[in-house]
Design a protein around this ligand. Structure first.
Ligand code: ADP
Ligand code: ZN
Length: 442
């Protein structure tokens, strides 16, 4: 599969480091001059743009967090006048009030370049028909993928999210070969194939899926690949940094190549904010190197993962970020034990007899955290087969205990009873945020 931009994507690591340093110096100077928030922060910590002499000096720069963007809502951190801004987006607001981001024309070019890289790496060519089921709007998913795919020359079909019947109709009539969306919406579509009388082998021409915007496990990947008969690849991004396109998988599917010429990624221990050792999990902290409208220094993504900069057999030299394990703020502390929803998902998806649709409800009773896992049984399993149900419950509970070391409550529910999402899935309900210890609303 040809590499979209061989000059950048196969650059020698030494040359890449030099380019990153050059861009970092430029970015710090420009941001210092144009954004009062950063100028004050740097002056307070007595750092001047001239102090950035090596890439390690990035550690002298202040961190940026989501609240900094909220505090300067909507355009207070922009480094260009509005005359130069040609697009505005906002985060999807998974964790509170949305944050607003802006793009100059050059920012949009860079963004579509990054998307074109990962879409090509997954196998998309000008011959493809790309069905975009990401929402179009303030969310960066729809427009982000749209322009990157158009840059490649694929025929882009901007369907947006929702109305599954219409999605299938268009996919079938237009002969879509590439499906773009969230993994949870892809699962929902697969679930509905039968209801709409669609046989993917007979009625659809899908070959490739580009999925992202939320965490998804290898088991979900297998479900999607089997359900649609496609190769499914993962891509990662966040609106504050650019949107989708920060990193994406090649066909080796051994991590997502980062566009390191545009983004400098550190992996830090979220408690000490010191770098972890290569190969260890930590929080991704990203410094965009090329952005004009909204430059950021060391943006704390809260996303947890591992980076591998060893060579990839596809020929790309850009380091790879492994599947995102979740966000630091996704982590649930249940009776003192750290639990990631992704750990529970991995267990559920490897048990035969349950469907990949689940919900985790956390609560606090008598000062004790409780966790209930609700999961749908597969079609063909009936609740009057008591023995089978009891065995299934026992198996799941044992496996969860083996992984987490805590006892949870399990509730098997009928197929298609857990709410589906056409965008990002909302799988965790933490009632401890809603109710106080005494059960009263906070
Ligand atoms: P919000 O923070 O409001 O959800 P975004 O729409 O910008 O705003 O979402 C970005 C977040 O989505 C990332 O920080 C990450 O947590 C999640 N995300 C994006 N792509 C992936 C992916 N491929 N795997 C796991 N999580 C992802
Ligand atoms: Zn590769």
């Amino acid at each position: 599969m040809p590499i979209w931009n061989p000059r950048a994507e196969t650059m020698q690591r030494q040359e890449l480091r030099e380019l990153q340093l050059f861009k970092l110096k430029q970015m710090v100077r420009r941001t210092f001059e144009r954004v009062p928030f950063y100028r004050e922060k740097l002056e307070r910590s007595r750092v001047s743009p001239d102090d950035i002499r090596t890439l390690d000096d990035i550690r002298r720069l202040p961190f940026t967090v989501k609240d900094d963007l909220r505090d300067h809502y909507p355009f207070g951190l922009f480094a260009v006048p509005m005359e130069e801004v040609v697009r505005v987006h906002a985060s999807s607001g998974t964790t509170g009030r949305p944050t607003v981001v802006g793009y100059t024309r050059a920012d949009l070019d860079m963004w579509s370049e990054c998307v074109a890289r990962f879409a090509s790496a997954a196998g998309v060519t000008p011959a493809d028909r790309a069905h975009v089921s990401f929402g179009y709007g303030l969310f960066t998913g729809g427009f982000g993928l749209h322009y990157g795919l158009e840059k490649i020359g694929a025929a882009v079909i901007p369907v947006s999210s929702g109305n599954t019947a219409r999605q299938f109709q268009l996919m079938k009539d237009f002969g879509a070969t590439t499906l773009i969306g969230t993994p949870s919406y892809a699962l929902h579509m697969i679930d509905s194939l039968k209801d709409f009388g669609i046989d993917p082998k007979r009625d659809l021409r899908l070959k490739i899926g580009l999925f992202g915007a939320e965490p998804w496990s290898e088991s979900i990947r297998r479900e999607i690949e089997k359900g649609f008969c496609i190769t499914a690849t993962d891509n990662y991004g966040l609106s504050e940094v650019i949107g989708p396109g920060v990193a994406g998988e090649c066909q080796e599917r051994c991590g997502m190549h980062i566009c390191e010429d545009h983004f400098f990624v550190e992996v830090l221990d979220p408690k000490t904010m010191e770098p972890v050792r290569e190969g260890e999990t930590g929080e991704l902290v990203i410094t965009p190197l090329s952005k004009e409208a909204l430059p950021l220094m060391r943006y704390r993504t809260k996303d947890l993962s591992v980076i591998d900069s060893s060579p990839c057999s596809c020929g790309r030299t850009m380091a790879r970020v492994m599947k995102i394990r979740g966000r630091t703020d996704d982590m649930l502390i249940i009776r003192g034990v750290n639990v990631f929803p992704s750990q529970i998902e991995e267990v559920l998806l490897n048990v035969e007899g349950v469907a990949p649709h689940y919900q985790i409800v956390v609560d606090r009773k008598n000062n004790l955290d409780t966790m209930e896992v609700r999961v749908e049984v597969s079609e063909g399993i009936f609740f009057d087969e008591m023995k089978r149900i009891v065995e299934l419950e026992k198996k799941i509970l044992e496996r969860i205990y083996a992984v987490l070391g805590i006892h949870v409550k399990l509730k098997l529910v009928e197929p298609k009873t857990i709410e589906r999402s056409t965008g990002k899935a909302h799988r965790v309900m933490d009632m401890r945020d809603v109710y106080g210890e005494d059960g009263k609303t906070c």
